[in-house]
Design a protein around this ligand. Structure first.
Ligand code: AVJ
Length: 319
């Protein structure tokens, strides 16, 4: 079958060079830090899909339940003839819950993992022959822009999964501000946001018994070893995730199980025993704190939906 999607080349640095630069910079910091965007090579994207199926990881199935219930309301708010733009589209699975009700003219999936993006959007195009499918490989956490040759009169941005929680609140506000500027007046954004809740539920979601989250976290070290000139050994690190209630976020770390020196691209980095590499923040919001953030970026909060247990929320923002 012919390639049924429109692929948009984005002018961005190759992912290996940003992994090299950011790993060297982040491991030189104290405390050591690496951006969670590097989780998502093909294997990492697959491991993330596995996390989403774990019983403890309530986020995905809860958001999917909310979207299923809310889809007719969402269609009423968006109106007909929209172009749906998904940020961090991954497997492009959640968008399927919206397509029949929203009947968008086109779908644009934007993701950092190029081969995963292509296979997901190709499957989408095959399953929805009436839909015009576009794909763009981009790290939108740096700067939010759409492909130059993608024009939409009536865009609806879709940013599910609480991926917005990877930003600090200040970064999230900037991201929403950029999104606001990108949308025409009346344009909408549908955003999934995980809610603050008891520590036990939160920490279980990031410490699943099947250890999918641990494998996902450790995979970033394997990437450094495979893609860069490095002797880093994932077996000498341990997954550690906990809720930091002062910051209202889950933190993920990779903790050195013994003292060691790690070589990356000719530079050496020392880890003391128990020292950690901080790999992810996942901020949790209240309904009020998220709406306040959206309003501060210029949006009106015109719709929001929750599950019965108030674990997760989906917000419709309008420019
Ligand atoms: C994709 C950022 C929403 O923070 O829950 C899952 C990523 N990290 N398990 C999240 C993740 C560990 C996920 N987000």
């Amino acid at each position: 079958m012919a390639l049924a999607i429109h692929f948009h080349e984005q002018s961005q640095p190759a992912p290996e060079s940003s992994l090299r630069d950011e790993a060297l910079a982040g491991l030189s910091c104290s405390p050591k830090w690496l951006s969670p965007k590097f989780f998502y090579d093909r294997r990492g994207s697959e491991l993330f899909e596995k996390i989403c199926q774990q019983p403890e990881y309530y986020l995905t199935r809860t958001e999917e339940g909310i979207l299923r219930e809310a889809v007719d309301d969402i269609a009423r708010l968006s109106g007909p003839g929209i172009d749906l733009i998904e940020f961090g589209s991954g497997a492009s699975r959640k968008v399927r819950l919206l397509l029949e009700a929203l009947r968008p003219i086109s779908y644009l999936g934007i993701d950092i993992s190029e081969d995963f993006l292509l296979s997901s959007t190709q499957r989408l195009a095959a399953d929805y022959p009436w839909l015009e499918v576009h794909a763009a490989c981009s790290d939108f956490s740096q700067r939010l822009d759409l492909p130059e040759d993608f024009h939409s009169a009536h865009p609806l941005a879709f940013y599910p999964g609480s991926s917005i929680g990877n930003f600090t609140p200040a970064q999230a506000r900037r991201f929403l501000g950029e999104l606001h500027d990108l949308l025409p007046p009346g344009g909408g954004a549908l955003i999934g946001v995980d809610l603050v809740k008891d520590r036990t539920t939160l920490e279980a979601a990031y410490n699943d018994r099947a250890r999918a989250t641990a494998a996902f976290n450790l995979n970033v070290l394997q990437r450094i070893r495979d893609e860069l000139d490095s002797d880093i050994d994932p077996s000498r690190f341990e997954h550690h995730a906990f809720f930091n209630d002062a910051e209202c976020r889950i933190e993920m770390h990779l903790v050195a199980t013994e003292a060691q020196d790690v070589r990356i691209e000719g530079q050496s980095f020392h880890f003391a025993e128990g020292e950690s590499l901080h790999t992810e923040n996942s901020y949790k919001y209240s309904l009020e704190s998220f709406c306040a953030l959206a309003r501060s970026a210029g949006f009106d909060c015109i719709g929001r939906w929750l599950d019965d247990d108030e674990l997760f929320s989906v917000h419709y923002l309008q420019r």
